[in-house]
Design a protein. Structure first.
Length: 199
């Protein structure tokens, strides 16, 4: 049970993003029915929008350090979805502190897919094979477009809006543990800098 709780906290705190690549496209999951075409070799830079940028991601240490500096906003936001907490933290803390909200680079067609009717979201009895088959067909049909030699990067001016929290993260103990993780990161970072300076 403790390891599951730790995993949830780590997911909430560690899997957060200055996205170098997210895999849901700016148009959302609609591209499941579309081919890759030239869109597989395009990317858009945009403000983080939870519903579009929450799967298949990478982020920089610089982003994570900024998120840790905004730990009070992130850890206290009453939403059990870490991605909505990132969006709210971007609006509430990143914007005033760093001059801009959280920024994502989203690839034009996905390489990572969510099939929420299978497993955890729908419970027992759901047919995972039925959910996976269309994804496998789409990837097989577009195999030649999955790894383009070059990617064209543009911008998408769709901004994130202020959201209302969904709840589920209101326990003060959750807030404290989240902040302990954030403070632990800062302490390790300081030690590494000290060790590097003395070496």
């Amino acid at each position: 049970m403790l390891s599951l709780l730790c995993l949830l906290y780590l997911q909430r705190l560690l899997c957060l993003l200055y996205l170098l690549l997210t895999c849901l496209p700016p148009g959302g999951a609609r591209s499941m029915s579309e081919g890759f075409g030239g869109a597989g070799a395009t990317a858009s830079v945009m403000e983080w929008i939870s519903s579009r940028n929450n799967m298949g991601m990478a982020f920089t240490r610089s982003f994570y350090s900024k998120l840790v500096q905004c730990a009070d906003d992130f850890c206290n936001y009453d939403d059990y979805n870490w991605d909505w907490s990132v969006q709210a933290t971007g609006n509430r803390c990143f914007q005033p502190k760093f001059g801009r909200s959280v920024v994502a680079m989203a690839i034009g067609r996905p390489r990572v897919f969510h099939f929420g009717t299978c497993g955890l979201h729908m419970g027992k009895g759901s047919d995972c094979k039925a959910d996976v088959s269309p994804i496998q067909r789409l990837l097989s049909a577009n195999a030649a477009s999955l790894f383009p030699a070059a990617i064209t990067v543009g911008s998408n001016n769709v901004g994130s809006s202020q959201t209302n929290p969904n709840g589920g993260w209101g326990d003060v103990r959750d807030h404290k543990l989240c902040k302990l993780f954030a403070n632990g990161f800062e302490e390790r970072r300081r030690r590494l800098k000290t060790d590097d300076a003395t070496a």
